[in-house]
Design a binder for this molecule. Structure first.
Ligand code: ADP
Ligand code: MG
Length: 451
């Protein structure tokens, strides 16, 4: 195979990739890989699947962006595992010491962390605040009582992996020699299976027993693989007993993980924290941050448009922004709402698809004015209840497809009362900008209520 490090197209690109991801990570993951490029395909040949997965998860976007920057083309990456008659059995554990040995200062565990996933880069919002604060707490002090283990769970793309890396990065920043290991549940399972095959379970265990922090991402992959689960339980107990910190992430609640009872009671002894979907304001803040990080000139109006249409996850938001950037760069155009609309057509939530239900409206308005749910339908006529009720009726006319008599029924009133309420609130919106802002706030909150 040609020496790709000297290839005139690849060399400058790889140099930049190395610069971005850091020398240690580059040497570890790319020196042993082979790369060849034939537009638009970049083939990366690696020793094993875990290797490829690591490059894919951590560095693929950097590689793609750098290619785009240098060549103006969007590349596609193909991963290929080395095929030899005597397959070289290589994995991270065997390579780490030989790379790390000459420079004693390199912490072999550090290379597994993505240095871009930090607490500073994570936008805190009501939907992730508890998870964020808990992650900071465990990063500050080892084995804080009540926070061990910390289990972070959420739907995909909401920041679990980011927070796990942030913990690792923060701990190493304070104490560069701390033993922090980040790995995915899948990697744990394959690491364990390999130790069985090579009859090296003792070495395997020693590695884990010596840790200060064990961060296992997507623990659901360990569940149900009974031998691995059992092994994880031993490691867990050992670390827990030594007051070392364990942090896990999962795509479901600890109760929903179908694990061995002993382990599940352990998992529940710490704090399980959920990350919820971000509300509109957070989505806008995240897009702004990503825009600044990627140095992309895109107006707030377009960002708001994206934030309104992409509601499922932060990963989707990022992906949308990347997609628009790539398109605008290649075609040398300025991003606008129509461009975003066209590019994101498949991903955008259709306004009509959002089913706003009257209960959510009552809930948010009730919260705003401290009115109980049942009071919306009661006969009470005092102003402190009548006015919020009229606002809720107005919002129901604006935000749902219900007819006036249907809305009347939802509030235990007739349709003329709804018309009166609607007109009253509308008048006030037109004459009082502060009130209009208050109403907008409630509309945003209603749209952001758990979908
Ligand atoms: P998960 O592990 O829950 O599937 P990730 O941690 O991989 O999600 O997050 C997906 C992407 O979104 C990552 O690039 C991450 O940096 C980004 N992200 C998620 N939440 C936030 C946040 N609150 N602030 C900034 N970036 C975020
Ligand atoms: Mg993840």
């Amino acid at each position: 195979m040609e020496n790709f490090q000297e290839n005139p197209i690849l060399a400058p690109i790889l140099q930049e990739v190395e610069h971005i991801i850091g020398k240690d990570a580059y040497e570890l993951w790319f020196k042993t890989a082979q790369l060849s490029y034939e537009q638009p395909f970049l083939t990366i040949t690696i020793p094993n699947a875990v290797w490829g997965k690591t490059i894919q998860e951590r560095y693929q976007s950097v590689i793609k962006d750098t290619f785009l920057k240098h060549t103006g083309t969007e590349i596609q990456i193909i991963y290929q595992i080395i095929q030899t008659e005597n397959p070289v059995v290589m994995d991270a554990r065997q390579v780490v010491p030989s790379v790390a040995a000459p420079t004693v200062t390199v912490n072999p565990f550090a290379a597994r962390l993505n240095s871009e996933y930090t607490f500073e880069n994570f936008i805190e919002s009501p939907s992730n605040r508890f998870a964020y604060k808990s992650a900071q707490t465990v990063a500050q002090k080892l084995g804080v009582k009540g926070y061990n283990p910390l289990v972070i769970y959420s739907a995909p793309g909401l920041g679990k992996t980011h927070l796990l890396h942030a913990i690792g990065n923060q701990v190493l920043k304070e104490n560069p020699s701390a033993k922090v290991l980040y790995m995915t549940g899948e990697e744990f399972v394959s690491d364990y299976i390999e130790s069985l095959q090579t009859k090296s379970t003792n070495i395997f265990r020693q590695k884990y027993y010596s840790l200060d922090y064990l961060l296992v991402d997507d623990i659901q992959f360990v569940v149900g693989k009974s031998a691995s689960e059992q092994e994880f339980f031993y490691i867990f107990n050992k670390l827990f007993g030594n007051q070392k910190q364990i942090v896990l992430s999962s795509d479901r609640t600890p109760q929903q993980l179908e694990i061995d009872e002993r382990l599940s009671s352990r998992l529940l002894s710490g704090v399980p924290v959920e990350i919820k979907r971000p509300n509109l304001e957070t989505r806008i803040a995240i897009l702004r941050q990503k825009r600044d990080l990627m140095n992309f000139t895109i107006g707030d109006d377009v960002l708001v448009f994206i934030a309104e249409g992409i509601q499922s996850s932060v990963r989707e938001l990022e992906g949308s922004l990347n997609q628009i950037r790539a398109y605008c760069k290649t075609n040398n155009v300025v991003p606008t709402i129509p461009i975003a609309k066209e590019l994101l057509a498949d991903r955008l939530v259709n306004e009509e698809d959002i089913i706003i239900n009257v209960n959510n409206i009552k809930k948010i308005v009730g919260k705003h004015f401290a009115v109980k749910m049942e009071d919306f339908n009661s006969k009470k006529k005092n102003q402190s209840i009548a006015w919020p009720r009229q606002i809720a009726m107005f919002l129901t006319t604006e935000m749902t497809d219900l007819s006036l008599p249907e809305i009347g029924r939802e509030f235990n009133r007739d349709h003329s009362t709804v018309v009166h309420a609607r007109d009253l609130v509308r008048d006030k919106i037109n004459t009082d900008p502060f009130f209009a802002a208050e109403i907008n706030r409630m509309i945003l909150d209603i749209k952001a209520v758990d979908k």
